[in-house]
Design a protein around this ligand. Structure first.
Ligand SMILES: NC(=O)c1ccc[n+]([C@@H]2O[C@H](COP(=O)([O-])OP(=O)(O)OC[C@H]3O[C@@H](n4cnc5c(N)ncnc54)[C@H](O)[C@@H]3O)[C@@H](O)[C@H]2O)c1
Length: 336
């Protein structure tokens, strides 16, 4: 049984804690928040010791795995400190997305995990679903072939104001950028247009064009401006042999073989299928736990910190493009 702790007991940290409590491979052994009321409420809710200080918890509990679900400026500036503390205490870490709002901090997190030989992953729950796996299996079987293009879109109503004009770009798009890179490979260059919809002070809707190192092209549309309720996510990947689409994370994946009018569809089953968004978190957390339990090498972890850092670099390159009006080459913006 692996011992797990959660740091950052907001809505998402509490969701992680609930999921760990329902996983028979782990024991939730402690929760922590710097806000006393949040720490205490979480300790009571989950029936585990609670702490106000991560280092004390890490020293006393000695967890095998730590979930970091802190937030902060641009929903991620608080991730680095507890991630480094947990890694240095010997734990494997699953950190919420984005890895960080700062590329420098993200690099430090990835480098520290590598130096200490710990597994470090990001919560890319949007693609930890059977539908996304079916789509990837089609690609791996060669049914997509030489890659041509990808179209990704994610929109979710968040009408409130935020402290940073780049909040939507940095906080929403890690999922999409990681999915794009998962199917399409490394991004060479990006170009971004964005708008602030009526009354807003942040870039709330964006259009990002990209070129991949393998020569294929792609696009991401993202928005905080569309009210919730309808479908909200769509990924299309096309190659010489076929085109796949997966929608709303777990609902449906469709393969359109080139030149063949018969398509193949994976549909979320009514019985035993995913009932909602929380199931994507469950899948992602359980996957990480099982990889750690199986002794997976840190460099082979699915949805790793390094992948999270590369996704974030593409977003920062898009912001650079938005600010300068230029096409931005990632290797120039982030030389090794
Ligand atoms: N994967 C997803 O689909 C998804 C969805 C929503 C949010 N998120 C991410 O989840 C994270 C948390 O979101 P939230 O809405 O619960 O945030 P939140 O701000 O409500 O909660 C974060 C908590 O972390 C605590 N904290 C900060 N630094 C700490 C430290 N060093 N030690 C202990 N506690 C600390 C804060 O006091 C706060 O209570 C964010 O990074 C966000 O981007 C992911």
């Amino acid at each position: 049984m692996l011992k797990v702790c959660v740091i950052g007991m907001g809505p998402i940290g509490n969701l992680h804690a609930r999921i760990y409590r329902g996983d028979d491979m782990v024991e939730l052994a402690g929760v922590c928040d710097i806000i006393p009321e949040r720490a205490e409420a979480a300790g009571e809710q989950h029936g585990v010791p609670y702490y106000l200080d991560a280092e004390t918890m890490l020293r006393e509990v000695k967890p095998d795995i730590v979930s970091v679900a802190t937030g902060g400026y641009e929903y991620s500036s608080d991730h680095m400190k507890p991630t480094l503390q947990a890694l240095e205490a010997g734990a494997h870490v699953l950190c919420e997305k984005p890895i960080s709002n700062s590329i420098e901090d993200g690099r430090r997190m990835v480098d520290t995990a590598k130096k200490l030989n710990r597994c470090f992953a990001i919560d890319f729950n949007h693609r930890f679903t059977p539908a996304a796996r079916a789509a990837k299996a089609w690609q791996d079987e060669g049914l997509i072939g030489e890659l041509l293009f990808c179209n990704m879109a994610l929109w979710i109503g968040k009408p409130q104001d935020f402290e940073s004009p780049y909040y939507h770009l940095k906080a929403l798009n890690p999922h999409s950028m990681e999915i794009i890179r998962y199917f399409m490979g490394d991004i060479e260059a990006v170009q971004c247009f964005a708008m602030k919809s009526s009354g807003r002070t942040i870039w709330s809707t964006a259009s990002i064009n990209m070129k991949f190192k393998n020569g294929a092209v792609g696009h991401l549309t993202s928005s905080y401006d569309i009210a919730r309720g309808h479908p909200m996510e769509r990924c299309e990947v096309a190659g010489l042999k076929g085109r796949l689409v997966f929608e709303d994370m777990w609902r449906e994946a469709t393969l359109y073989p080139a030149g063949n009018p018969e398509k193949r569809v994976y549909t979320n089953p009514v019985f035993g299928g995913y009932a909602g968004f929380d199931d994507t978190f469950r899948d992602r957390l359980r996957s990480f736990v099982r990889e750690v339990a199986a002794g997976t090498r840190p460099e082979d972890i699915d949805g790793s910190g390094l992948q999270g850092l590369k996704a974030q670099m593409a977003i920062h390159a898009a912001i650079e493009s938005l600010d300068t009006g230029r096409v931005v080459y990632l290797d120039e913006l982030f030389p090794d």
